[in-house]
Design a binder for this molecule. Structure first.
Ligand SMILES: *Cc1c(COP(=O)(O)O)cnc(C)c1O
Length: 397
């Protein structure tokens, strides 16, 4: 008979996926010496992304942040223009537009999906509004029908920050293919990654050429290679937004096994969702919501605790049991740069503030086996909410 070790190994919060063919692809790029980007692995990754999203033009970039910056340049934003977006998102969603002098206008999120609350959208729009940014939190689609209706009525483009939702869909339409433009992230923390990378999806044909120019230092080099111009020159604002070929090779290897990655992540997500349901109901904890008509990407598994004190108590409870869990976005409307460069839409963002203080993300990655997922579940099921100091406790059901 063996004895159970006193301390089981830690369940890590995240382990970046390792693709089977990545070493071979990296070696091949080094052998060919075609290192600077837009080579054969970029072409391969681009083709796979266009197939996954239904977008006609995927442009690999060094990050999602850079893709959002290209989007901001494409919109020709001027100082004082406004861009409406959720407060509950990551800094670059706002910073990319603020860099052009535009004012991010922060809207609150829905308490169920934690996505932009579409009922608050109209009130946030002024005659300075130039775009709406939809962030699909955890890869669960925003209320796109309502958002698209407002955008159409006001003649505004929708930009998707789809850093979380590659592989997700909204009534059969893949996320990333819905907005005028969309940004993807291949940062090491995302489902498919190359350490650090991203893509801009251009779904409006009239923006496609200019997007390639902005991405290539403001030059029309691509048109030159295509034989459409006889010399290439500086024709527009732009920067160095091309992903190096070594990283494109890593990404191509990941995207080729995207289905394997997704199957694994969905199994873990589903394990949590079924094994935690009764405990969450008893303890007043909100589990993720996926409204009808949507498939999600299993990018995150998050819990919203009844109070900030409960969240703090749960994080220590899990840490004591070797489970690494963590919180997530701090609302942008109360952040130092958000206060300086942005504006909060009428009504404020009380839901974003509450959620940010109470949300916990659980380990979710392809390095997690069923036994480890069950360890996470067991650690959670032995936790009771109602932490002392929980004066801010409230009902989330
Ligand atoms: C990760 C993330 C980004 C930024 O991605 P990078 O590729 O690291 O620039 C942007 N928006 C959201 C919502 C994210 O989660």
């Amino acid at each position: 008979m063996t004895t159970t070790p006193v301390t089981a190994p830690t369940v890590p919060f995240h382990v970046p996926h390792v693709a089977e063919r990545q070493d071979a692809y990296l070696r091949h790029v080094l052998e060919t010496g075609e290192l600077d980007g837009d080579g054969p692995y970029t072409a391969r990754a681009t083709e796979l992304l266009e197939r996954l999203t239904g977008s006609p033009h995927a442009l690999l970039t060094p990050s999602c942040t850079h893709a959002l910056e290209i989007a901001a340049l494409l919109l020709d934003l001027a100082p004082g223009d406004e861009v409406v977006m959720p407060s509950f998102t990551f800094a670059p969603t706002a910073s990319a537009f603020a860099l052009r002098g535009a004012v991010p206008v922060f809207v609150d999120c829905r308490p169920d999906t934690l996505n932009l609350d579409e009922t608050l959208l109209e009130a946030a729009i002024t005659d300075r509004t130039r775009a709406i940014v939809a962030v699909h939190y955890a890869g669960v689609a925003c209320e796109m029908t309502a958002i698209e209706r407002v955008a159409r009525d006001r003649g505004l483009p929708v930009i998707e920050d789809n850093a979380h939702g590659l592989g997700s869909s909204y009534h059969g339409r893949p996320l990333g293919g819905l907005g005028t433009l969309a940004a993807l992230s291949f940062h090491a923390t995302k489902n498919a990654h190359c350490g650090k990378g991203g893509a801009l999806l251009v779904n409006d044909e009239t923006l496609a050429d200019r997007a390639t120019i902005i991405r290539d230092r403001g030059t029309n080099r691509r048109q030159y290679f295509q034989g459409r111009v006889d010399k290439y020159r500086w024709v527009d604002l732009g920067s160095s937004y091309i992903l190096p070929e070594l990283l494109a090779a890593l990404l191509a290897a990941q995207l080729e096994e995207f289905e394997v990655i997704q199957r694994h992540r969905h199994a873990v997500w589903h394990h949590y969702q079924t094994r935690l349901a009764d405990w969450a109901g008893r303890e007043g904890v909100a589990l993720p919501t996926v409204p009808p008509g949507r498939t999600h990407s299993a990018h995150l598994y998050h819990l919203v605790l009844p109070s900030a004190a409960d969240r703090a108590a749960l994080l220590s409870h899990l840490a004591e049991r070797g489970v690494r869990a963590t919180f997530h976005f701090q609302p942008l409307h109360t952040s130092p740069a958000g206060l300086r460069h942005g504006r909060t839409a009428p009504g404020g963002c009380p839901v974003s503030e509450r959620v940010a203080d109470r949300l916990v993300r659980l380990p979710l990655h392809t390095g997690l086996d069923e036994a480890q997922a069950e360890r996470v579940v067991a650690a959670l099921r032995s936790f009771r909410t109602g932490a002392t100091g929980a004066a801010d406790r409230e009902d989330w059901s």
